[in-house]
Each structure stands twice: as C-alpha cells, then as structure tokens.
Write a protein that binds this ligand. Structure first.
Ligand code: HPA
Length: 274
C-alpha cells in the first residue's frame, strides 16, 4: 500500500525533484506568495520547470495568482528552487498538504528557505508595496504541521523549539541588500475572509504588525527540519479598519505586480549574500 506518512511522501517527492535536476541538489528554496510571481521572473530564467502535478504528494492550488510548479535556476552560484503555487488551509487542505512543498525542498537539500507572502499591514506608516522581514509570528491558525503521529526516524522530535523561527542572520543579510528594510511580527490566520476592524485592533494589541493566511506552518515545518528561514511579507494593503477602503484580492495581486522588480532584486541580493 502506498504510504500516507507526510515525511515519507516528502522524501519521495524530494528524490523526484533531485532526479529531475540531474542529481544536482538545490540549496535554497523560495516559496512564492500571492503577488510574488513577478519577483520570481526578475530573479532569473529557470533552466528547469517541474509541474507539481507530476510529483508525489502535491495538492492542486485553487487560488488565482498561484500555479503549481517548481522552477530551478542558478543564482549567485547557488542552485535555487522556486515553489510556485503554495496551498493554504483555507482551501480545505490539511496541514501536511500546506507544508509538503517546504518539506520536499528541505529534504531535497535546501538548508535555506525564503518564505514570501502578501500581507495586510497594521502599521499605517507602511504603504502598500513595502517589504517587511519577519522577526516572528503569531500562529493563530490553531493548527500545527507536527500534529498527528510522531515524525518517523530520522526526524527530530515534534516538540520543536521555536525561539528563533526566522533567522536573525538572514534578516541581517536582507538588511545588507536593503538597509531600509522594515521588520515585524506576522499574524497567521486561517481566512479566507479578511479580518474585521475589531480583529485587527485585537491583533495590534497582541503585537502583530502584519496579517496573512500562510507562512507560519511552513516556517514551523522548515525549522523542524533544521532549515534556516527568512520570511518576507509584501504589504499589499492596509489591514481592515486601518484602510479607508474595502479589501479585495485583485488589489493584493496588483500591489505585487507593481513591487515585483524591487522584490526580485531583494531575493537575488539575499541569495547572493548567503
Ligand atoms: N488580511 C489577511 N491576509 C491578507 C491581507 C489582509 O489584509 N492582505 C493580503 N493577505
């Protein structure tokens, strides 16, 4: 019977990826959030593009602006995989589905994982288009990618330490590329509805600077596998109640398109500076 263990599925997918890359293991993974596709285009032309539909264990994305593929390219002498078409809890998928791409990338060899996302900004001084490096997160999804049976050998304990999910070293690299880079705490909610103004006031009280519907579970899964994580949010809109206008997904994608060249240069600079 085929395995359903999420770690074994990711091992299988990882070996398929490495085989498809001619045995050359990648060392850096970039997970693209909503609106970040243009940034990936700026990062460089992929020499290989794999459809996640042809790889073990990948769920099919259902969101506009997300396509399921893994692009491979060389950046600054490093083999990089770009995961296009992240999936979310709000699509009715499991925690294991949500982190499968990150687990696959780490097991394929990526010791650095760059998680990007689109986020609502709680700070009125951060206009749409601002890139913010994550210092930490509030996982308000009420889910963990480590729930379920204990991870099989040789993986570490499910009681993973999260004292430094987002690497201070990688944030310093990002600041080296863009000294004006802002930093903040990302609140992950399940969505898919946007928040109410009261919820945004609550999140501000809790210490959040950004709000979105991804990243936290992937960051936990990556840390569990000992990868170093950089999280970068693109503020695509001011959060509900901070903004004077209603929120919509088209606005999120448009802000991403406008910011793409700068974000692409940021990703390139970070990877070159690793
Ligand atoms: N809230 C939640 N998720 C988001 C937002 C937001 O305002 N903008 C982009 N993703």
């Amino acid at each position: 019977m085929p395995t359903t263990d999420p770690f074994r599925l990711a091992e299988q997918a990882a070996s398929e990826v490495v085989d498809a890359l001619g045995g050359q293991a990648p060392s850096v993974a970039v997970v693209l959030g909503s609106g970040w596709l243009g940034a990936a285009d700026v990062l460089g032309v992929p020499d290989t593009e794999l459809s996640t539909g042809d790889l073990t264990g990948f769920a099919v994305p259902t969101v506009a602006g997300h396509r399921g593929s893994i692009r491979a390219l060389e950046v600054g002498g490093r083999r990089v995989v770009v995961l296009v078409g992240r999936v979310h809890l709000y699509e009715g998928l499991s925690e294991a589905d949500v982190v499968h791409g990150v687990r696959t990338a780490v097991l394929a060899g990526c010791s650095t994982v760059i998680l990007t996302n689109a986020a609502g900004g709680l700070n009125p001084e951060w206009p749409p288009g601002t890139a913010v490096a994550l210092t930490d997160h509030l996982n308000l999804t009420n889910r963990s990618p480590l729930s379920g049976p204990p991870p099989p050998d040789p993986y570490g304990s499910r009681f993973v330490d999260l004292s430094e999910v987002y690497s201070a070293r990688l944030r310093a690299v990002a600041r080296g590329v863009d000294p004006s880079m802002r930093e903040g705490v990302y609140a992950a909610l399940r969505g898919p509805h946007y928040e109410t103004p009261a919820e945004i006031r609550m999140l501000r009280t809790l210490g959040a600077d950004l709000v979105g519907m991804s990243t936290a579970l992937e960051a936990i899964a990556a840390r569990h596998l000992n990868a170093e994580v950089l999280g970068v949010s693109l503020v695509t809109n001011l959060a509900a109640g901070v903004a004077s206008t209603p929120l919509d997904h088209a606005e999120v994608l448009a802000a991403g398109a406008a910011a793409a060249p700068g974000l692409g240069r940021l990703l390139r600079g970070v990877i070159e500076g690793l």
